[in-house]
Design a protein around this ligand. Structure first.
Ligand SMILES: [Zn+2]
Length: 323
């Protein structure tokens, strides 16, 4: 892809991933025995399609509007949902309310406890509640924005049509049993994995954080491998503070605010954090996460009534008072 079409040269890597998505997912259509080895790679690429779609939706990849629309559609085939849905559920909802009342993806809907069953169930619960802003967005588009409405319809038609074509191709090449299995393994399972994992990330990036705080509203993961593989998706505090910034700029933004974030909310190792939160914390609760500062359902003035010397000191005070 000629870099001149891209707004940021860092997106040459995005392009390489976008090209790898169909190559990996379709290779077993030609050599079915590869499916055993390649389906986990397809799961990873589907997840990166979701992460790239998130980035693309905040900060468009191409200079051309038409290419941006095609690219969003391309990604949707791999991560499993038409790309317009990011606008009502993420940009206009999650970024506006940040885990407070009104956010369809609040982490504390039934309990503020953090454990594996809650984290596992969260994506399914969030999907149900996200359907409200999504349907409302479609209804409004239908009533007042016909061009947007037809764009939404087009995205659904292309998405469903692409999968019908992918199933037909697999079945045409290998018959019903093997063909359908290949589509399931290489496209359907990776898409379900991607959608679940994107929402799981949403959960762990906000559970037990303080949405009223300037810098403690999110949990950040700084591990280099994870941020390389997922296009800096771990740097969530920086992302919420500069949602329109290109993903390649997040490390610089994170460096600026890192010292201002509560240390519990900056984790280096994603897997270590998961092991402590989900394997060790059930036995040793101290290993789990604890609410930092004010919970989303708390009165935000709590901190203001305390020490005013520094926000960090007063937040630490609230935190200590609650332990
Ligand atoms: Zn975002």
């Amino acid at each position: 892809m000629a870099p001149m079409l891209l707004r940021y040269s860092a997106d040459r890597r995005t392009m390489a991933w976008a090209v790898a998505m169909p190559l990996v997912a379709l290779a077993p259509y030609a050599w079915p025995s590869l499916a055993t080895w390649l389906w986990p790679v397809s799961c990873y690429l589907a997840l990166s399609a979701g992460v790239i779609a998130h980035n693309h939706n905040h900060c468009q990849t191409f200079k051309s509007k038409r290419l941006n629309s095609i690219f969003g559609q391309w990604l949707s085939i791999f991560y499993g949902y038409p790309t317009f849905a990011w606008v009502p559920t993420h940009n206009l909802n999650h970024h506006k309310f940040v885990n407070r009342v009104g956010d369809a993806t609040i982490t504390w809907r039934y309990t503020n406890k953090h454990n594996f069953p809650m984290a596992f169930a969260f994506p399914f619960i969030a999907a149900v509640f996200q359907s409200t802003p999504t349907n409302e967005y479609i209804r409004k588009a239908r009533a007042t924005k016909p061009a947007l409405y037809w764009e939404i319809i087009r995205q659904y038609v292309v998405f469903v049509g692409a999968h019908i074509a992918l199933i037909s191709l697999a079945v045409g090449l290998h018959g019903w049993a093997l063909g359908f299995k290949l589509w399931l393994l290489m496209f359907a399972v990776p898409a379900v994995f991607a959608l679940w994992t994107i929402m799981f990330f949403n959960y762990i990036q906000h559970v037990h954080t303080d949405p009223w705080s300037e810098h403690n509203h999110s949990r950040t993961f700084t591990g280099r491998a994870m941020n390389f593989l997922l296009f800096n998706n771990g740097l969530h505090t920086a992302h919420h503070e500069m949602p329109g910034a290109h993903w390649s700029m997040l490390p610089a933004q994170h460096a600026k605010v890192a010292a201002l974030i509560h240390p519990d909310l900056v984790q280096k190792d994603f897997w270590g954090w998961c092991a402590r939160s989900y394997l060790l914390a059930p036995l040793l609760p101290a290993m789990g996460t604890h609410q930092v500062g004010r919970a989303p359902f708390d009165d935000p003035s709590l901190v203001d009534g305390l020490v005013t010397a520094s926000v960090e000191a007063s937040e630490a005070g609230v935190n200590a008072a609650r332990v």
